[in-house]
Each structure stands twice: as C-alpha cells, then as structure tokens.
Design a protein around this ligand. Structure first.
Ligand SMILES: [Zn+2]
Ligand SMILES: [Zn+2]
Length: 321
C-alpha cells in the first residue's frame, strides 16, 4: 500500500507568496511493520551485507555489560502486540534491566544494530556519492557516544550489484542500552512531499505576516509550525526541525554547511501534527500506529543525521531535537 500525505489544510503560499522562496522537498519514509528482506528498503530489517565483509562493531570505550537483553525486548514487543495471557505477563515481569553481558569489558567490540537500509531506486531525493545506490545506517544502541552521549551512528554506502552473496547470519548485540533503540522491522513507503523552512529561519518580514495570519486563540487552528512547515516522522532530506534548541549551524570541519541526510523520529505523527497523517492511516490515527518503528530518540524527539556535501568521508554529525 502506498502512503499519501493529504493537501495542506491551507495554501500558505497563496496567503504569503514570499514563502515560495522557502519551499523545499523531502521524502517521508512512512515505515510500517512488515517483514523486509535484504533486497528491500527497510527500517530495522536485515541488510544487504556482503558475506565476505566483517560486520561493523562499536569499539568506542563505554560500558556495554548493562542494559536490556535484545531477545527480551523482541519477545516483549511480540507478546504485547497480541493479547497476553497471565503466564506471558508473568514472563514480561521477569524481564529486567541488568548486567546481562558480564563478560564484556568496556572496549570489547560489539555488533552494531541495523537501523535503516535505503536503496536510491526506492527513495526519491536520496543522492549518494559516486556509483553507490544503497545507504545502510547502523547504530550502537547505548547512550555513550560523542559529546551528547548519544547512540553511535555509522553510515555505509555501497553499490548493491557488488554484493554477490549476502551475509546470512547477521550478528547482533546481546544487550542494548535502551529498548527504544531497537527498531521493529518495517517496510517503507517513500513519498516525496513539499515542505517549508523552519519558522525561525524565515525572514523577519514573513514571520511578522505569519504572526498576523495565525489564530493564536484557537488551538485547533492551522499552525505554520505543525501543519505547514516540516512533516513529522522518518524522512530523507528536506529541512531540519529545531523545536528544542532553535536553529543551529551544522558545519563540517572543512567549512561546508552540512546537509540533512536522514531524520529518525520517535513518532510518525502526534496530536499537533495530525494533518500529516497519511490518508491510508486515518482510521488508525488514534492508535499506536504512529509509533511503527518502536524507536524513541531523546524525549520523543528527532535524531537528525547530517553529512558533508563536499565529501562523504568527512565525519557525519548527529543532532537530537
Ligand atoms: Zn558503542
Ligand atoms: Zn566536509
């Protein structure tokens, strides 16, 4: 099934034509629970990883003994998706955070967890350098990396035709720092959409006009930020949203302004962003359908991955909002 974002409730460029200079495009990924294979674009699915290539591991020194058992995270989700019996509830209550991998030192390599795999043929607007046609995103699921003490994101890109044999047994960590860093297997329904720049980055004159235009008395009224600017949910490219810190310059060490590659979102929509619920999901809008991946970053926030447009070998950066 495809996913279709409905027309915006208001044609804001008709009201404020200058906003056309701040129009952009992104690709909503619309992850939905499924059983993707290595040949599919996915979130949390098996990767098209060459049999002869070592699986990537985290070697950054940090504690990795303590957390939740990955197997228990998966069991709990499977059980809770149905109607649990009393025995199953009993089982779930026995699942606890703990020192589940006591044999691991703080520098033992641990396998990374697949987060997303995106084929350029499936995702309009995904441009990879050279002749790569496949982007693979993995992370180390512990809050222990970088200055922000976040997950450790790793990006790989490859030419899918180079992979003649796929690694059959894909390694996994035994323990994860947070259950919310384990993505449920999802298939994707990428959709190119139009969006507008984050409000704080508009010109002063346009912001003044938006202030006049918006009805601040009525909480159900159309809002630029929630309805007309940037859609919620997992997304490739497009504009960055800055609800927590306000806009930041994300600049590479080489001086280039970095580009937003991927947004990982804790929710596909919420109360404030209901106008973005795809037409096909309207009947399920009030259910847990808005959290298909099971991933939560920050406090129900977004994790944005930026890359250097000049040279992808320059370190990428992640920003949590
Ligand atoms: Zn790590
Ligand atoms: Zn750079």
């Amino acid at each position: 099934m495809t996913r279709t974002t409905s027309e915006r409730p208001v044609d804001i460029e008709a009201a404020i034509p200058e906003l056309s200079a701040y129009r952009g495009a992104g690709t909503r990924l619309h992850p939905r629970p499924g059983a993707p294979g290595p040949e599919h674009s996915s979130v949390g699915g098996p990767l098209l990883w060459p049999a002869g290539e070592p699986w990537p591991q985290c070697t950054v020194p940090h504690k990795r003994r303590f957390g939740e058992r990955l197997s228990e995270v998966r069991t709990a989700r499977r059980v809770l998706a149905g109607e649990p019996t009393e025995e199953e509830y009993e089982l779930l209550r026995s699942f606890k955070r703990g020192r589940h991998a006591p044999w691991l030192t703080d520098t033992d390599p641990i396998p990374l967890l697949p987060v997303a795999q995106l084929y350029t043929r499936d995702v309009p607007g995904l441009n990879l350098p050279g002749d790569a046609d496949l982007l693979q995103v993995l992370w180390c699921p512990f809050n222990a990396h970088g200055e922000e003490r976040n997950v450790g994101v790793h990006l790989f890109r490859r030419r899918s035709s180079d992979v003649t044999e796929v690694l059959a047994e894909q390694p996994e960590p035994v323990v994860v720092g947070r259950a919310e860093y384990v993505p449920n297997p999802c298939v994707l329904h990428p959709e190119r959409i139009t969006e507008h720049q984050w409000g704080d980055l508009l010109s002063y004159a346009i912001r003044e006009r938006l202030d006049e235009w918006e009805d601040w008395e009525d909480e159900d009224a159309v809002s630029y930020q929630f309805d007309l600017s940037i859609p919620p949910g997992w997304k490739v490219g497009g504009f960055a949203a800055w609800p927590v810190t306000g806009p930041q310059d994300v600049v590479c060490g080489c001086g280039q302004r970095m580009e937003l590659l991927l947004t990982i979102d804790s929710r596909e929509w919420d109360r404030g962003t209901r106008s973005w619920v795809p037409v096909e999901d309207r009947d399920a809008a009030d259910t847990a359908a808005n959290t298909p991946t099971g991933v939560v970053v920050g406090r129900n926030g977004r994790l944005m991955i930026f890359v250097c447009p000049e040279d992808w070998s320059h370190p990428h950066r992640t920003v949590l909002q």
